[in-house]
Design a protein around this ligand. Structure first.
Ligand code: PMT
Length: 405
């Protein structure tokens, strides 16, 4: 399945390093060309000789060793890689990648390669939940690093919790999926909207909401993975667009409206994950609004923004797939179903944004897919990328593009 794919396996120093041997072995059985890079601490947990035998290639440990591969070995390896998987990835390794440190063979390769990067975190559960580790993981996700796991269970330190490295088959499955996923949406044009629009009050203030853009960016990534030409119409966020996705930056709902409407005639798929402001200030002051020296109230007059999704629903031609999102705080299914019917869309993704692990800002989401024929799919808590991939499968099915067995 992975015939000739050039895969680098980075191993860092944790007890789960012994499981990396199985990752390497499985990848070799799938006929991948595997090159192993170990940190010094990893070599204390598992012998490089084991990895050399399993991979069939010399193991890279020392940045200053005599090069066996190209003249500048770490750059040559970084260039040839089609995938880089770090398993296990210790808290220290995640921190180094998050800030861009490059002080050994593995960390220099991380900076030097353009190949997609997967990390499989493995550490004590308190270390995993430490806010610093969590912040580092957020940074990595935002840079499109794919994070596998960790799993929960018994830990080598004698405690129970999450922080165990995902099993080798889970790690290998992720990589196989990446290389073998059929590009069913090849030739299709997709538009995704993401983020929270900003509605100016004056030159320094605006009205907005808590959307981070993560859900929409994950959808763009999943559509791109599935082969669609993807345009991401994005309100301001701190995220960078997934590789291969065209980003159209907008600020206000009116700008988003114009950007989406202009591109809609050529679109096969539109997914509206953005949190669009329903209202904007009637006028934006030319200068910063000053206190008038009294304690009197200030009243802002708000006027409605166009409902982009509803207008797309009215203009939709046969064959175009339109998906809306509903961010609700009560009566999730009832309110989302009403919106779906009113806006005439093909599918609604309903999320109760009051649930921990769902909605605004969170790396995960808990959603239900709703369809006009009354069908409903409730998903468990999943990462936003996993939700996005499930959503893409539904879209492929709507377009009659499912994989035939
Ligand atoms: O960005 P994240 O931090 O990852 O958070 C994700 C999310 C919570 C923003 C996302 O999952 C989500 O629920 N997005 C839709 C938020 C929203 O605005 O919901 P709504 O119920 O107000 O709007 C319903 C639908 O109409 C949405 O598809 C919205 O894009 C669309 N809409 C709303 C108003 C408007 N003027 N024009 C629109 O197109």
């Amino acid at each position: 399945m992975l015939e000739g794919k050039r895969i680098l396996i980075g191993i860092t120093g944790g007890i789960a390093a012994y499981k990396a041997a199985e990752v390497v072995s499985r990848l070799r059985k799938l006929r991948a060309e595997v090159h192993v890079i170990m940190t010094e601490s990893a070599a204390r947990f598992i012998s490089p000789v084991t990895l050399q035998s399993l991979s069939g290639n010399p193991v890279h440990l020392d940045l200053y060793a005599e090069p066996r591969f190209g003249t500048v070995e770490h750059i040559a390896l970084a260039d040839l890689a089609e995938a880089l998987i770090i398993a296990p990835a210790t808290a220290n390794c995640l921190a180094k990648i998050a800030v861009g440190l490059a002080d050994d063979f593995l960390s220099t390769i991380v900076l030097a390669t353009k190949a997609p990067l997967w990390v499989a975190p493995a550490m004590n559960h308190v270390m995993y939940h430490n806010p610093v580790t969590q912040e580092n993981l957020v940074r990595l996700r935002e840079r499109c690093v794919r994070i596998i796991g960790p799993a929960a269970g018994f830990q080598a330190c004698g405690t129970e919790g999450d922080g165990r490295m995902s099993e080798p088959e889970v790690i290998v499955d992720e990589v196989v999926r990446y290389f073998t996923r059929p590009a069913l949406l090849k030739g299709k044009n997709a538009i995704v909207t993401a983020g929270g629009t900003q509605e100016p009050i004056d030159p320094v203030r605006y009205l907005t909401n808590r959307s981070s853009g993560r859900m929409g960016y994950a959808i763009a990534e999943a559509l791109q993975e599935a082969g669609a030409e993807t345009i991401l119409v994005s309100a301001p966020t701190a995220l960078s667009a997934p590789p291969g996705v065209e980003r159209v930056p907008v600020t206000t709902a009116l700008e988003m409206y114009a950007a989406v409407m202009e591109r809609f005639p050529d679109a096969d798929i539109v997914i509206k994950a953005a949190a669009v402001a329903d209202y904007r200030p009637a006028t934006a002051a030319d200068h910063k609004i000053k206190k008038d020296g009294t304690d009197s109230n200030l009243t802002l007059e708000l006027v409605p923004n166009p409902d982009i999704l509803a207008e797309l629903g009215r203009k939709k031609k046969p064959g175009q797939v339109l998906v809306g999102f509903a961010a609700e705080t009560e009566h999730l299914i009832q309110h989302a179903t009403e919106k779906m019917r009113r806006k005439k869309v093909d599918m609604f993704v309903a999320n109760d944004v009051t649930k921990p692990g769902a909605g605004f800002g969170s790396p995960t989401n808990i959603v239900s897919f709703l369809f006009p024929d009354g069908r409903r799919v409730d998903l468990p808590q999943l990462t936003k990328l996993e939700v996005a991939r499930r959503l893409v499968l539904e879209i492929e099915a709507m377009l009659g593009l499912e994989v035939k067995e």
